[in-house]
Design a protein around this ligand. Structure first.
Ligand SMILES: Cc1cc2nc3c(=O)[nH]c(=O)nc-3n(C[C@H](O)[C@H](O)[C@H](O)COP(=O)(O)OP(=O)(O)OC[C@H]3O[C@@H](n4cnc5c(N)ncnc54)[C@H](O)[C@@H]3O)c2cc1C
Length: 417
C-alpha cells in the first residue's frame, strides 16, 4: 500500500503543472517508503556513507530529472528538480543532499559539455549507473575560486592534474568528479586561468579521502579528493581552456542555489510541522501550550518565514524554467532559504524546552542539518556580495540569460512575457 502524500499548498499552484504534482506525490511516497526507514540508521552512523538511498534515488531515475530526453533523461526542468529535493528533504535532508550534489555537475555538463561528451556521460547519470560530484573547494583556498591551487598541465593530448579538493559532496559515491583546476600562471585573472575536467574515480592517482562526518546531514558524503599526477585525455575537458570559472559559477548559480533552497525548504516545513504538533499536544493550564499568546507569536513568525522561503524557492526556479533572467532570485532563494530556516529551527528548539534536545526526537537533527546548508553553493557573505551588486546595478553576467536553451523548458508560447 502506498503512503499518503500531502498535496501542494494552493500558493504553489501557479508554479506547478500536472507533471510536477505527479512527481510531488511520487517523491512523497518513495521518501516515506524507501528513505524514512533509513533515517535512524543514518543518524546513528555519522561516520558511514549512505549508499542505499543513492540506489533508491537512481532506481526512480531522479538523477535524470533535468537531463533532456535526447540523453535518456526526464527533461522535466528546474521546478521538477525543486519538487524532488524539497519533498525528500522533508524526510531526510541528507538524502536530498545526495540527490542535489550530483545534479550540480549535471548542470555543468548540460551548459558546457560537447554533444559527444553529453552522449557519453549523461545517459549513464540518467540511468543512475554513474553519480557525479563537483570538486571546486580546496583545503586552503576554501570557497575562493580565484585561489585554486590544483593545477592541470597540458602534456600532448593529455592533461596532468595535481592538487586537493575538500568538502566534495558525494565524493565517496561518485564515479567521476568535475574538477576545477588552474591551467595558467598565478598572475592570470581567474576568468581565464581555470579549466574544468571530468576525472573518473578509478584513474591512477585519484584518491578519495575517508568520509568526513559533519555536524549534520549524516550519511551524506562530503569529503576530500586528492589528485596526484592524474592523467586525463583532452576529451575529458569540459568547456574551453580558461573557462573553468564560468563552468563553476554558472552551475552553482543555476543549479546549486536552487538545490540548497529546496533542501532548506524541506527542513523548514518539517521544523514548523513538528513544532506545531508539539505545542498543540502539550497540556498547560487546562489547555495546550499553543493557546498561549507568547508561544503563538513565535509560531506565527515561523509560519511567516516558511511561507516566504517557499515562495522564493519556487518562484526562482519557475522563472528559470520560463527562460527569464533570474540569477538574483536564485541567489536570494538560497540565502533567505537558509537564513529563515535556521531562525525557525532555533525558535523550535527553544519552544520544545528540554524535549527538543533529546537525541531520540527529530528536532535536533533538523537543527543540525539546517546549519549545514550555509556553506554549499555560496556562503551568506558570497550571496550578499552578489545581492549588493544587483542593488548597485553592477550585475555581472546573468547565467539564466546566457543559457536559455538549457534553462527554458517551457515552450515559448507559454512563457510569462
Ligand atoms: C554540506 C556541504 C556540501 C558541500 N558540497 C560541496 C561540493 O559538492 N563541492 C565543493 O567543491 N564544495 C562543497 N562544499 C564546500 C563549500 O562550497 C565551502 O564550504 C564554501 O565554498 C566555503 O568554503 P570554506 O568552508 O572553505 O570557507 P572559507 O572560504 O574559508 O570562508 C570562511 C568564511 O569567510 C567568509 N569569506 C570568504 N571569502 C570572503 C570574502 N571575499 N568576503 C567576505 N567573506 C568571505 C565565508 O563566507 C565564510 O564565512 C560543501 C560544503 C558543505 C558544508
Amino acid at each position: 500500500m502506498s503512503m499518503p502524500s500531502t498535496p501542494p499548498p494552493p500558493a504553489l499552484q501557479p508554479y506547478l503543472t500536472a507533471r510536477h504534482i505527479a512527481l510531488w506525490r511520487e517523491a512523497d511516497t518513495i521518501a516515506a517508503e524507501d528513505i524514512a526507514p533509513r533515517v535512524a540508521r543514518m543518524e546513528a552512523a555519522p561516520r558511514s556513507v549512505e549508499r542505499q538511498v543513492a540506489r533508491s534515488l537512481a532506481k526512480h531515475r531522479w538523477f535524470a530529472v533535468t537531463v533532456p530526453t535526447t540523453y535518456d533523461g526526464m527533461g522535466a526542468g528546474h521546478v521538477a528538480k525543486t519538487v524532488l529535493i524539497h519533498r525528500i528533504a522533508l524526510v531526510s535532508a541528507a538524502a536530498a543532499a545526495i540527490l542535489q550534489a550530483t545534479l550540480i555537475p549535471v548542470g555543468a555538463l548540460l551548459h558546457w559539455a560537447s554533444d559527444t561528451q553529453k552522449k557519453d556521460w549523461l545517459p549513464q547519470v540518467a540511468k543512475g549507473t554513474l553519480l557525479l560530484s563537483i570538486a571546486t573547494t580546496e583545503p586552503v583556498a576554501g570557497g575562493h575560486i580565484g585561489g585554486i591551487e590544483t593545477t592541470a598541465e597540458r602534456c600532448g593530448d593529455e592533461w596532468v592534474i595535481s592538487g586537493s579538493k575538500a568538502h566534495v559532496g558525494n565524493v565517496n559515491l561518485a564515479g567521476a568528479h568535475l574538477v576545477i583546476a588552474r591551467t595558467a600562471e598565478p598572475d592570470v585573472p581567474p576568468s581565464e586561468a581555470l579549466t574544468a575536467f571530468l576525472v573518473e574515480s578509478d584513474r591512477k592517482g585519484v584518491r578519495v579521502g575517508g568520509h568526513q562526518p559533519k555536524l549534520g546531514l549524516h550519511g551524506f558524503s562530503a569529503g576530500r579528493l586528492d589528485l596526484d599526477q592524474v592523467r586525463v585525455p583532452d576529451e575529458n575537458r569540459i568547456g574551453e581552456v580558461g573557462g573553468g570559472l564560468a563552468v563553476a559559477m554558472s552551475s552553482s548559480i543555476l543549479y546549486g542555489r536552487a538545490n540548497l533552497a529546496a533542501v532548506s525548504l524541506g527542513l523548514h516545513e518539517k521544523v514548523v510541522e513538528t513544532t506545531a504538533a508539539f505545542l498543540k499536544g502539550r497540556p498547560r493550564y487546562g489547555g495546550s501550550l499553543s493557546d498561549h499568546p507568547v508561544v503563538r507569536d513565535r509560531i506565527g513568525e515561523m509560519e511567516s518565514r516558511l511561507r516566504t522561503a517557499r515562495t522564493l524557492a519556487y518562484h526562482a526556479v519557475h522563472l528559470l524554467d520560463h527562460g527569464l533572467p533570474c540569477d538574483t532570485e536564485l541567489i536570494n532563494s538560497k540565502y533567505q532559504g537558509h537564513a529563515l530556516t535556521v531562525q525557525s529551527a532555533q525558535d523550535a528548539l527553544e519552544l520544545h524546552g528540554a524535549h527538543g534536545l533529546s537525541a531520540d526526537y527529530p528536532l535536533q537533527r533538523l537543527w543540525r542539518d539546517a546549519q549545514c546548508t550555509y556553506p554549499p553553493a555560496g556562503t551568506g557573505e558570497v550571496q550578499r556580495i552578489r545581492l549588493a551588486e544587483a542593488a548597485l546595478g553592477e550585475d555581472p553576467v546573468q547565467w539564466s540569460e546566457r543559457f536559455p536553451p538549457e534553462s527554458a523548458w517551457i515552450p515559448p508560447r507559454h512563457a510569462l512575457v
